[in-house]
Design a protein around this ligand. Structure first.
Ligand code: AMP
Length: 281
């Protein structure tokens, strides 16, 4: 496995692979890898000849009061995990390689980023769309794999890929969960024992929503009320940023759950902000 730090070298290697007619799969990550990330690498490996995994904590997607500085970084462990999962090339640039001091070009979607996460993290998707566009140009992939765990991000990237005409197939892979149902996340490392135990409240709430829908209750107001109760019963100190019901691709809000409605939520507990989602039918 090869680790590449510069754009120039990565572009040269990608060009050579393309000349050799190798199908390139890209898996963008911010490191601190867990089984969720590794599932994306394995998914990419199924569809591509060569899998490039980027490891880059992207400063442009963090707000000024967010956890950029303390975001977990463990490159040595990450490299071992990527190799074991079948990654072929790691692209791990320094921040100054991606954003030199005179950097000024950003990719902005007009509408998709305005709801859900975007309401609370206003410049987050500008940072995401910018880094993913840059990674697309640097690694020239045929396909790229993203996790449904970051539902809105996956939809933003799908739309951006279509709008800008990147010739890249976007694959969205299912969320990998811990045994108790908590969605795997690099931020789960922040929890102490009690916090970790209570963090499962997001999954409990989503499971409640799914069960209500199965029982024929489709009114999102009723479901939201029940989800709030479940969260607060599991974690009394939880602060719910939002519980939303949206159409899968457009993120348009729905009042009644129908096929492909996604329920997503963001909750802050014990100083950690978690997001999760589930397709309800
Ligand atoms: P991150 O390192 O958090 O930026 O995530 C990199 C990629 O891994 C994104 O496409 C995420 O959606 C995906 N991902 C994160 N957590 C999970 C998970 N639990 N299951 C599947 N994919 C995930």
């Amino acid at each position: 496995m090869q680790t590449i730090r510069t754009i120039k070298k990565m572009q040269a290697v990608a060009k050579l692979l393309t000349v050799k007619k190798k199908k390139i799969g890209l898996v963008p990550t911010m490191g601190a890898l867990h089984e969720g990330h590794l599932s994306l690498i394995r998914r990419a490996k199924k569809a591509a000849d060569v899998v490039i995994v980027s490891v880059f904590v992207n400063p442009a997607q963090f707000g000024p009061k967010e956890d950029f500085k303390k975001y977990p970084r463990d490159e040595k462990e990450d490299l071992k995990k990527i190799k074991k999962a079948g990654g072929d090339i790691v692209f791990a640039p320094e921040a100054a390689e991606i954003y030199p001091c005179d950097y000024e070009t950003y990719v902005v979607l007009e509408n998709l980023p305005k709801t859900l996460e975007g309401e609370i993290r206003p410049d987050h998707f500008r940072g995401v769309a910018t880094i993913v566009s840059k990674l697309f140009n640097i690694t020239r992939p045929d396909l790229a794999v993203f996790g449904m765990k970051d539902y809105q991000q996956a939809m933003v990237i799908k739309k951006m890929t279509r709008d800008l005409g990147f010739p890249i197939r976007i694959i969205i892979a299912p969320t990998v969960r811990e045994e108790d149902g908590l969605a795997m996340s690099s931020r789960n490392r922040y929890f102490d024992h009690i916090g970790r135990w209570e963090a499962v409240c997001l999954f409990y709430a989503l499971r409640t929503a799914r069960e209500m829908v199965k029982a024929g209750i489709v009114d999102t107001k009723l479901i939201t009320k029940e989800m709030r109760a479940v969260i607060l019963a599991t974690c009394a100190v939880a602060k719910i940023d939002y519980i939303a019901f949206t159409e899968f691709e457009t993120l348009k809000p729905v009042k009644k759950v129908v096929k492909n409605t996604v329920c997503s939520l963001a909750v802050r507990l014990h100083g950690v902000r978690l997001i999760d989602n589930m397709k309800l039918i």
